[in-house]
Ligand binder design. Structure first.
Ligand code: TA6
Length: 313
């Protein structure tokens, strides 16, 4: 089967791993390794990289790639008996040549359908048959959509339960200058305090030390404002009630072998996820989780557009 065309190309990436390249006519692009169905690049019309990937990322199975968009399935983090973040990010996926139709197919031609089914070895550590279909679409405006469809294909009549995350690493100019809007006043589980539950203050979230929080029942839209770059990332999500916010800061960064000591300054993970209330599927049932990320010029540029200042001037 050939999926090569102007918008979609399969090439060899680092260490000879297969990589799908999506391109849109105005210049935006995305790259996805079949290893992990891992998005490793998302560029805007000007060729600027929007995702963070570590200079020390190791593109070699079985290690997950540090950066981009790892897929956490069937387990988020250490919330279960599997290895951290499950195994989908450490498996080689296939191009799905004949995916079941989507109810609302987008107009974009720059998309790829990937599929993961468990191997015999996977069934030994997680004894459930599933089909995980992932469609990755680069929209005409450069927005990136990921839609996961996970189906229980067990023939033994048994349901299964999972947690999930799109563990997106956004590229930011300086973490100390970034704020996240949309999570104010929400409850969260703090991974740095034994997953205890707290309530966020009323202000937008800013960063001055390590953060590892799972915000619960979050709105469908979250924004990351990068003042220095004058860029705002907008995350829209569906079927993914929780949102994880992670930055390792200096000490923990030093302990992560595939992350440079200072690289934490240029990354922020905001992860559309299902953690607090895991999904249970009966045989034949399917779950869908969708994340759409886009950028807009920041409406807040180092105070210039602060309405109080405008009014006061
Ligand atoms: O999503 C946040 C988190 O679960 C953190 O606790 C942190 O460990 C991070 O993911 C990275 O995990 P990884 O297994 O990729 O090193």
């Amino acid at each position: 089967m050939s999926i090569e065309n102007v918008h979609v190309e399969v090439v060899k990436g680092i260490n000879g791993l297969d990589k799908v390249v999506l391109r849109e006519i105005r210049g935006s692009s995305a790259e996805i390794y079949l290893y992990g169905a891992h998005v490793t690049s998302w560029k805007n019309d000007y060729g600027e990289e929007l995702l963070f990937v570590s200079n020390k990322a190791i593109f070699k199975p079985p290690r997950a790639i540090r950066g981009g968009i790892p897929i956490c399935f069937p387990q988020f983090s250490s919330h279960g008996s599997l290895d951290q973040h499950g195994f989908a990010r450490n498996r080689v996926w296939s191009v799905d040549s004949d995916p079941p139709p989507f109810p609302a197919s987008s107009a974009s031609k720059a998309f790829v359908d990937l599929i993961l089914k468990p191997s015999e070895d996977d069934l030994k550590i997680w004894p459930h048959s599933f089909e995980f279909r992932l469609r990755i679409t680069l929209g005409p405006g450069g927005d990136l959509m990921l839609t996961s469809r996970i189906r229980n294909t067990n023939t033994d009549g048994k349901p299964f339960t999972f947690t999930f995350a799109y563990h997106t690493y956004f590229s930011v100019s300086d973490i100390s200058e970034v704020r996240v809007e949309g999570l104010e006043t929400l409850d969260y589980l703090d991974n740095l305090q034994n997953k205890e539950r707290f309530t966020e203050q009323g202000d937008a979230i800013t960063f001055e030390s390590e953060v590892d929080k799972i915000y619960l029942s979050t709105p469908t839209k979250i924004a990351i404002l990068d003042h220095e770059k004058k860029r705002t990332y907008v995350i829209r999500k569906d079927g993914l009630p929780d949102a994880v916010v992670w930055n390792p800061w200096d000490k923990r960064a030093k302990a992560i072998v595939d992350l440079g000591d200072d690289e934490y300054k240029h990354m922020l993970c905001v992860e559309a996820a299902v953690v607090e209330k895991p999904i249970t599927l009966k045989p034949g049932e399917e779950w869908r989780g969708r994340q759409e990320i886009s950028t807009v010029p920041s409406s807040y540029c180092s105070g210039q557009l602060d309405p109080r200042k405008v009014l006061g001037s």
